[in-house]
Design a protein around this ligand. Structure first.
Ligand code: SAM
Length: 236
């Protein structure tokens, strides 16, 4: 936890003092080994970042004086459209793309997504939020990404994607594509990444009709959780 993410309900005196318990208290005691007088990096969800000075600490509660003045880091100009991966992978991908600064993530169905993945508790709002918060704490950010769940591929691509993709560079990562993945786009990017079995031809064609170019990283076929950060850092 490189930043203690604070929520309005943590504050006891305007935006000047907080009282924390639970996970953040345990982490600050056990990992930061903080003492009264120490200063930690803190930030308000959706707002500025700054510091928290520990004024009281015991096993039950931590109190800090808070001073927030800086803006959080710039968001990454990229929308991720990701075929729903298996729950364990999804958890890690939500964490890592949040840490990278992605602010919109669309989890979409695809022919080769196992139906049972849509039933996973990882998709419950609170569990998604937990991973996003861990990603923000990791990267010293405060702005939660928006996560959209789209269980039907075709209506999503036909009805919603054109608006989401407006004025962006549109790419779909596909190991067998002839075109090489671009490097360092000077425009915002919308990037589609397939499921473990890859997108089927019909899906690549639908995405192409929404203006997406299929691009490859070369002969190495990467697992989804490796492909995601590689592709994002390559094209942004
Ligand atoms: N057997 C699948 C195939 O050949 O399409 C492999 C899919 S791969 C495990 C999962 C997703 O990661 C792909 O659909 C693609 O979006 C992305 N990916 C992995 N390796 C890639 C590569 N070399 N080039 C482009 N995309 C890649």
């Amino acid at each position: 936890m490189n930043l203690i993410l604070l929520f309005e309900e943590d504050f006891t005196d305007g935006l000047r003092k907080v009282r924390l318990s639970g996970r953040r208290l345990r982490h600050i005691r056990e990992v930061h080994c903080a003492k009264v007088g120490d200063t930690l990096c803190a930030g308000l969800e959706g707002g500025p970042i700054g510091s928290g000075k520990v004024t009281f600490l015991d096993e039950e509660v931590l109190e800090m004086d808070i001073a927030l003045s800086r803006r959080p880091p710039e968001p990454l100009p990229l929308t991720l459209v990701l075929a729903l991966p298996r729950p364990k992978v999804l958890r890690r991908v939500l964490f890592s793309v949040t840490a990278l600064g992605v602010k919109r993530i669309v989890l979409v169905n695809s022919y080769r997504v196992e139906k049972s993945f849509w039933e996973s508790p990882v998709l419950h709002r609170d569990n998604i939020r937990k991973q996003l918060i861990l990603g923000l704490e990791q990267s010293r950010d405060t702005i939660l990404p928006e996560v959209l769940l789209r269980e039907r591929f075709r209506p999503f691509v036909e009805d919603e994607l054109p608006e989401l993709a407006r004025e962006t560079l549109r790419i779909v990562a596909h190991p067998h594509a002839a075109e090489e993945c671009p490097r360092g786009s000077d425009r915002p990017v919308i990037l589609a990444i397939g499921p473990e079995g890859g997108f089927i031809s019909y899906e690549i064609e639908k995405l192409a009709s929404a203006g997406f170019s299929a691009v490859s990283l070369g002969d190495r076929v990467l697992p989804v959780e490796t492909a995601v950060p590689f592709l994002i850092s390559r094209c942004c």
